[in-house]
Design a binder for this molecule. Sequence first.
Ligand code: IPM
Ligand code: MG
Length: 360
Amino acid sequence: MTQHYRITLLPGDGIGPEIMAVAVKVMQVVGQHLNLTFEFQEALIGGAAIDATGEPLPAKTLDLCKSSDAVLLAAIGGYKWDTLPRHLRPETGLLALRAGLELFANLRPAKILPQLIDASSLKREVVEGVDIMVVRELTGGIYFGQPKGVFATETGEKRGVNTMAYTESEIDRIGRVAFETARKRRKQLCSVDKANVLEVSQLWRDRITALASEYPDVELSHMYVDNAAMQLVRNPRQFDTIVTGNLFGDILSDEAAMLTGSIGMLPSASMGASGPGLFEPVHGSAPDIAEQDKANPLAQVLSAAMMLRYGLNQPEAADRIEQAVMKVLDEGKRTGDIMSEGMTLLGCQAMGEALVQALD
Ligand code: IPM
Ligand code: MG
């Protein structure tokens, strides 16, 4: 029987449309092999939406996302929109999408691929075997806490304010996702906070500690965020699953990503309690190389695989895509960001064609 899925595509800005085109092609080919049909509907977000409609997340886009089975996003942002007021920034559109779909759990795997080990800026013996999952809280913390804004003080000076806040229920629900995730991996969970200084972190630590009794098979540890940043480059293999708040997760997931050599390789999944998930590469829109056919489409393609695995429950389709990515890497095919001596340099489109061949 043919399975039919409605997927909203959000190509966004910069290299977004180029890498999205590759992911769509790959999904179509896999779909043909496995009797899956995809109805792709494209919508505007980020700078592209600002230019066309004056807002970074048009209501039409959010509605379309809500009515689909899953959402595949490429990347948003660019120099052109960097100086606009905050409510008109591309990033605001992405944050509104995460909030609008209630995607509180962000899964960011950082797994070193043996083929790319020399692309890492760290020594082989440090990064070999690294396989980390960062579980980042995505709809709370300092990104969304109130009050926020720039206010005038009594003396008329401006004062910028953001608030890092978590409720017990917000901590518990991300904590549960993290324990469940660790359970499916090596059963080690490290919760990262700043409990030596921040009250919000102390509550975080207390709740995560309390939850641990429900998951006796998972080994829980705690680490301060500054130490975690250091340990990630000192001895990254000590980590299995990391759970942390929105801001710390933003920073640590970029750091973890870079261990693997290229942020251009890493996918992510954002999920809520129900409804469609959002799948997107960890990297940004790379406006400096947009429209030059230089972008690495592999994180986008791997995001499509994550969408099939976690969002649509089609693990076989996900496996096939991941295997195709491994195959092109084994064949020595590389985009510029992961290029090394003796390998074959390909552009974005050619990498897409190589993937399609690998799938056949
Ligand atoms: C990310 C990005 C976003 C974030 C920006 C673009 C709003 O850095 O997904 O990590 O800070 O969450
Ligand atoms: Mg980030």
